[in-house]
Write a protein that binds this ligand. Structure first.
Ligand code: MBD
Ligand code: FE
Length: 312
């Protein structure tokens, strides 16, 4: 028996009361959002006949999700973070704000305050020497007209050969595989790093628990995240997803997009060079970015999403 009461005046008045719409304190915006949230939950419960057991299992799940710091991970895995990109793309298109390198999701693993250097940086701490393949990464940041942008800040981060990110993985050194590089007079950034592996959700965590019930995996292809910013240009949040990865177009977070696939070229070393301590077999990746002009000063900045900020 499917009984519906959400729409009744009594229940609507009750939801207005719980959302604070009957008082003049607090935040009008949060009241507006909460009234809608409470209504949508009520509608889902009555429309889909959600049982008591289903409801309280969900509440317990949310507690576990939060206590494991996986809310941002689940949002990525459910494609909601990608949806936000699609929505912003559609808004941009409506006002003719198009062109340049596509945006894609930030994900939950950025840490602010990485070491800043001019033109180039070594990103890895050497702890995977002999295990990892050295990666020589470079590219040019261009403006909307295709001219190089010098002085742009390229803030990039990626996983190690285990698919793990420093800060979140306590075994790694501070800011390992995280750097901010200011582009040189030719608009170029250069990094020496290591070829990352793809990320996989913790198989014991609440996000994977949900994905299991959806019949889905929790894997991402190997990728490198970028924030790029420069005065007068629109902030860009994007990623390079690496060609050849099994999960390139089967990403649990749906971040791979046309125009964001990076071609990694493996270069065989020669023994003579290796003997001289020069890097042997290594990889090269060249990837240029094009920024849009900033439609407003605020557009030069990244969002105010709460992020980890390591002291030091
Ligand atoms: C990642 O490395 C990532 O980029 C995203 C979007 C989600 C989980 C891990
Ligand atoms: Fe990532």
């Amino acid at each position: 028996m499917n009984v519906k009461i959400t729409h009744t005046p009594e229940v609507q008045a009750f939801f207005k009361e719980v959302s604070g719409l009957g008082n003049d304190q607090g935040s009008p915006r949060l009241k507006q959002l909460m009234f809608r949230v409470v209504n949508e939950i009520a509608k889902i419960v009555e429309d889909l006949d959600v049982t008591d057991d289903e409801f309280w299992v969900l509440i317990d799940y949310l507690n576990r999700l939060g206590s494991n710091n996986e809310a941002g991970l689940l949002v990525a895995g459910l494609g909601i973070e990608h949806f936000l990109d699609l929505l912003q793309d559609a808004k941009d298109e409506q006002v003719g704000l198009v062109g340049g390198t596509p945006r894609t999701i930030e994900g939950p693993l950025y840490v602010a305050g990485a070491p800043l250097s001019q033109g180039q940086a070594r990103m890895d701490d050497g702890s995977e020497d002999g295990v990892a393949t050295a990666l020589f990464l470079q590219g040019v940041v261009r403006d909307a007209d295709g001219n190089p942008v010098s002085g742009a800040v390229v803030d990039l981060w990626h996983a190690n050969t285990q698919g793990a990110y420093s800060y979140f993985d306590s075994r790694q050194s501070e800011y390992n595989l995280r750097r901010r590089i200011v582009t040189d007079s030719e608009g170029r950034y250069r990094a020496r790093s290591i070829v990352p592996s793809g990320y996989g959700c913790n198989p014991q965590g609440p996000t994977q628990e949900c994905l299991d019930q959806l019949g889905r995996h929790g894997q991402r292809p190997a990728h490198i995240h970028y924030f790029i910013s420069a005065p007068g240009h629109r902030h860009l949040t994007t990623q390079i997803n690496l060609s050849g990865d099994k999960y390139l177009w089967d990403d649990f977070a749906y971040a791979t997009r046309d125009g964001l696939v990076g071609q990694v070229n493996f270069v065989e070393g020669n023994a003579q060079a290796e003997q001289l301590g020069i890097v042997g077999r290594h990889a090269e990746l060249e990837f240029d970015f094009q920024l849009q002009s900033a439609p407003s000063p605020e557009a030069e900045q990244r969002s105010n999403r709460p992020r980890a900020l390591q002291e030091g």
